[in-house]
Ligand binder design. Sequence first.
Ligand SMILES: Cc1cc2nc3c(=O)[nH]c(=O)nc-3n(C[C@H](O)[C@H](O)[C@H](O)COP(=O)(O)OP(=O)(O)OC[C@H]3O[C@@H](n4cnc5c(N)ncnc54)[C@H](O)[C@@H]3O)c2cc1C
Length: 462
Amino acid sequence: MSNLLRDLREALSGVTVIAGEDVDQRYWSDWYRGHPTRPLALVRARSTDDVSAVMSFCNRHRLPVIVQGGLTGLCGGAEAEADAVILNLERMSGVEAIDLDAGTMTVLAGTPLETAQKAAEAKNLLLPLDLGARGSCTIGGNIATNAGGNNVIRYGMTRAMVLGLEAVLPDGTVLSNMNSLVKNNAGYDLKHLFIGSEGTLGVVTRAVLQLQPRPLFRAAALLATASFDALVGTLTAVRRGLPGSVDAFEVMWPEFYGIVTSEMPKERLPIAQVHPFYALVQVSGNDEAHLAASFDEILFACSERELVTDAVLAKSEREIEAFWAMRDAVAEFQRLVGPRTGFDVGLPLRKMEAFVEHARVGLASRFPGAITAFYGHLGDGNLHLMCHVPNVTTQPKKEIEDIVYSIVRDLRGSISAEHGIGKARTAYLNYSRTESEIALMQTLKRAIDPNNILNPGRVIAV
Ligand SMILES: Cc1cc2nc3c(=O)[nH]c(=O)nc-3n(C[C@H](O)[C@H](O)[C@H](O)COP(=O)(O)OP(=O)(O)OC[C@H]3O[C@@H](n4cnc5c(N)ncnc54)[C@H](O)[C@@H]3O)c2cc1C
């Protein structure tokens, strides 16, 4: 192996190649922390040429390559393997250009999402992708996972923002698809091969993103409802009352609300009573007076119709931030409750309640005392579940997953609405995809990566 490393260093002159024994543990796994492993080596690429050279070398030597962005992935896709080279892109960071007329941004794949958001903001534009991991996750990782996040209800997932990209294929070929046209039907739209395929078909190195005009004002409310139907009724009322202006409709079940507010003094809780459902709703636009008045009127009408039973309107940007901090405190679940098994399932709106009920009952009867916390993006049909089983040395992940994914399968939902399959969920892919869909995925993988060296074992087995 040391000869191989020496050859790799030679092939990549000037590029940082760190031998396995010197690789910092930070690079051994992503947030999933399945089986953190010391890799064979770590390469810190600086350019597309570096990435191409790594891929070409590793393809010739049949060396597995695992791509890493910001390592915030939640299903083990970027986790190291003992026999693999880690290709880390964090040095490929920076916004190359912003076209004010077209409202587009050209950005390197290793750029942290928050850096790209701020660059857009500085030009009075909006990069609408937003998620709790914004400070660490990278544009390349966002594209590879087709990340969703907080604003999908209004702006769609990452896929909707990518106009073009550059990717390096497993054999080192650089595929430039840096399209900046909104309309371009000249042949297959190849960028979609790389969006959401979790680095199994190519390494994304640059991208052209569609930005949006930045709404000048936002308003937010935390509200409570007595039933799921009332929640859906409220979502419909806000969407119809302020068409195209709803940024987020984040639903929290009471266990979740209790956990994320557990460290707040009771008198500071925006809503102190226990309700069956809570929702954080955000709208935005340019006419502040109209936005505030309409939002207020809609919520008032919802309470008159007995859809909303309690509501607190944020009175300042600070209060809006405080609402979001509460919702984003989900990242603290492990500290507040303990180790958890997390889910991000996709379900038709009308099946969400059944899913919650079945999962709650199924998990409680198998694991008495299990703590389950549900929350999600109602308008996108995306529900999250965190489950913690107390008094065990190791969380029974596999059994928890078997229970939850079987319910999703029976309700014909998706086992992953946004985080992806990675390494952790490959065994369940057929719960949400047909045989012929999986066969076509395998055909694509074999055609593009015949030696199965790029992110092997992720998404599908070949
Ligand atoms: C606190 C927190 C909140 C989160 N919230 C959300 C959320 O709301 N919505 C959501 O969708 N996700 C969310 N995530 C998951 C995660 O942030 C996203 O999946 C993110 O897009 C991953 O980006 P990354 O750069 O960290 O990728 P990594 O974790 O490094 O990699 C993820 C996958 O993409 C591949 N990859 C990375 N970079 C590239 C590249 N340049 N080319 C090809 N393949 C690549 C990796 O091999 C791996 O398979 C959250 C995670 C955390 C920790």
